[in-house]
Design a protein around this ligand. Structure first.
Ligand SMILES: C[S@@+](CC[C@H](N)C(=O)[O-])C[C@H]1O[C@@H](n2cnc3c(N)ncnc32)[C@H](O)[C@@H]1O
Length: 209
């Protein structure tokens, strides 16, 4: 008997269509997408089904999440297509990634991760992504952001407070500081897309140094 470890994240169910719509405008014809902080795995299976030309590689540092991802892959019968999740904590460099993935890496994406982790995770995320992605490849972030150090909505401000109560090192990040990390690691912002529920999707492209 196969145990069902699937987790269900309500926000993930709500935002997956909108995020998928944005991804559909990115040329994803082949190769790998590496997802950092995949959580339950609901995004991973959704996008693997929606973009069958690519291989969606999930990852998460938490065992319970990786078990959920495996269960979602089983449940959606994607075992022949999707690899098992990698154990990646962005702070532990270099990330344990198979060579064949590095050779064919098209996109690195992280959804709702950098505010639920200390700031050093944002720094490590950009630093290792900058080393892994070749020129013209994409780096994508999704989540709530402050702009010029101001919240863009009351709900984001409340959310930020609730994050800081859980862990003082967490918090909604300032867009300008995130962009600074992108630039120092060789990325140029291509697009900033307003998403439902006061979230942003940031699309960066690796540029020649
Ligand atoms: C709010 S959940 C979002 C999960 C998923 N991306 C989604 O949108 O449903 C944040 C995720 O970030 C992961 N995370 C936290 N710290 C991390 C780190 N240092 N490296 C990689 N992932 C991390 C957590 O394990 C968790 O799965």
């Amino acid at each position: 008997m196969v145990l069902d470890h699937r987790l269900f994240f309500p926000a993930t169910q709500r935002n997956k269509i909108y995020i998928g719509d944005v991804l559909s405008n990115i040329p994803l014809k082949k190769g790998f997408v590496l997802e950092i902080g995949s959580g339950s795995g609901e995004h991973g299976v959704e996008f693997q089904k929606r973009f069958p030309e690519i291989i969606w590689q999930t990852s998460d540092p938490i065992l319970e999440h990786r078990k959920s991802i495996i269960s979602w892959i089983d449940y959606e019968e994607l075992n022949m297509k999707m690899p098992r999740p990698l154990e990646i904590d962005v702070r532990k460099s270099p990330w344990p990634i198979p060579l064949k993935l590095i050779d064919a890496l098209e996109v690195i994406i992280s959804i709702n991760m950098i505010h639920i982790a200390p700031w050093e995770c944002t720094e490590s995320f950009f630093r290792d992504s900058g080393k892994l992605l070749k020129d013209r490849k994409f780096l994508i972030l999704y989540g709530p952001f402050k702009i010029e150090d101001k919240h863009t909505s009351e709900s984001n401000e409340l959310f930020d407070k609730s994050l800081k109560i859980q862990n003082n090192d967490w918090g909604v990040r300032n867009l300008e500081e995130v962009n600074k990390e992108a630039i120092i690691n060789g990325f140029k912002q291509k697009q900033l897309i307003q998403m439902p529920a006061n979230n942003l999707m940031l699309i960066y492209k690796k540029v020649s140094q």
